[in-house]
Structure formats: C-alpha cells, structure tokens
Design a protein around this ligand. Sequence first.
Ligand code: UDP
Length: 252
Amino acid sequence: MICLTEIKLIDDDGLRLDGRKPDELRPIKIEAGVLDNADGSAYVEWGNNKIIAAVYGPREVQPKYLQDTAKAIVQVSYNMAAFAGDDRIRPGPNRRATEISKITAEALERVILTGQYPRSSIDVYIEVLEADAGTRCAGLTAASVAVADAGIPMIDLVPSVAAGKADGQLVLDVGKLEDNKGQADLPLAYVPRTGEIVLLQMDGHFTRKELEMAMKMAIDACKEIHVIQQDALKRKYTPQSSVNTNEQEAEQ
Ligand code: UDP
C-alpha cells in the first residue's frame, strides 16, 4: 500500500510527480461545438480531466418566478458523473456541486451581456466525465467557450486555473495528489480584456507574499489558456477553405 505521508510532491530535480515544472500547465485541448442538440457546447481535455459543457438559451426562465425584468439570469449545473473518479461518486446534487455551480454562474454573469436578454435564462450544464483535480476551473473554461459558441454576446472568454503549494513550493495547475497532500489550493478565473478576477477561492495557507505570487502565476497562465480557448472557436468558425489556404501558405 502506498503511504501518502511519504510521497514527495517535488523531487530533487524540482519536478512534480507527473514530471511538470512548478509553473507548467497540464496539456489542454478544447473543441468548440461538439453537440448538435445544444445551442452551444465545448469539450475540454485538461490533463486527465474530461469535461463537456452545453449551453441552452437565451430562453424562457423556468421556474418563472426567477425571471428578472432587467436582464437574463445565468443558471449553471455542474455535475460529476458516477464514474468520473477513482471511487464511484453518488449521483445527484450535493453541497460541492451546488457550490461549484454557484461560483461558475457568478463568474459567467460578469462577462455575459445579460442586459440584452431581459426575462430570459441562459442555462449552462457542465458534465465532468473524468476528474483529476481542477474540474471547477476546467469546467468554467469550457463553459465560457460554449457560451461563445451559442452566439451569446460576452465581454470576453473566462480562462481559469488553480495555483497551489506543494512541499512548500508554489505550483501551477494543481494535480490530484497535490490537491490532497499539498498545503494550499487557489482556483482563480480572470477576464483578460478587463483584468477582472471573477473567481477566487482558497483552501489552505499562503503567506501574503505567496498569495500574491500564486495569483500572478494563475493570471499569467489564464492568458495562455485564453489563447487555447480562442483557437478552439477559430477552428470551428474559420471556413475550411481559408484554413486550407493558411495551411498551404505555411507549407510554402
Ligand atoms: N473528487 C472525487 N470525488 C468527489 C469530489 C472530488 O473524486 O466527490 C476528486 C476529483 O478528482 C476532483 C478532485 O477530487 O477533481 C478535487 O476536488 P475539488 O473539490 O478540490 O474540486 P476541483 O479541484 O475538481 O475543482
């Protein structure tokens, strides 16, 4: 049996358990528009996380008493599939899913131009198919691409990532064992166009200096993730002929 207390999260060469440098992201792939039946959708593979986001709306608010005469409401449902983790996850709502749904909706509300759609609802579904830490950040990252894919006007996309502390050292994009055994976890979401932080949570302990450095690390990484999000939308919305032309030009 592996004794978790003996695990070193950072080895003598300064590398993490999966071979990453402290400030290195896991590989991220995003595809926009993967579902025919939703108004917008996106699929993200982020390390071992596999997450799909679907958007419906703007549409009539259900239940009706939630209607806002001044703007659209954003309703998010985050769900982890029963088979998403090492152990079977009990299906249905729980406190964690309710919390993640709420913070994701609050982050999306900051960028969606909700004032353009009074009395309506924008419904976002995030389904985690495989989970390996960082699913709230990866889910929000995918959800904002799905909102854009639905053609809903937004100020910007919302890239998100967690920074943390493992073996006393700051690390970017916290992995599962780092989440379990590390000293701190700081999920953050950032709007590149406005510089606004629209999600910030913290679990564990940082010194003030570490907190500032962890936030900077996460913000810098959000700028990288933003490019991956934009590329996903460009791949879907750039006509194939111009993609081919660009590729041919690159080959010459
Ligand atoms: N996790 C799990 N079952 C649960 C909750 C969490 O297997 O019921 C795992 C999953 O891999 C998740 C990780 O623990 O990604 C960290 O969960 P946390 O609540 O910190 O949220 P996340 O990092 O996914 O945003």
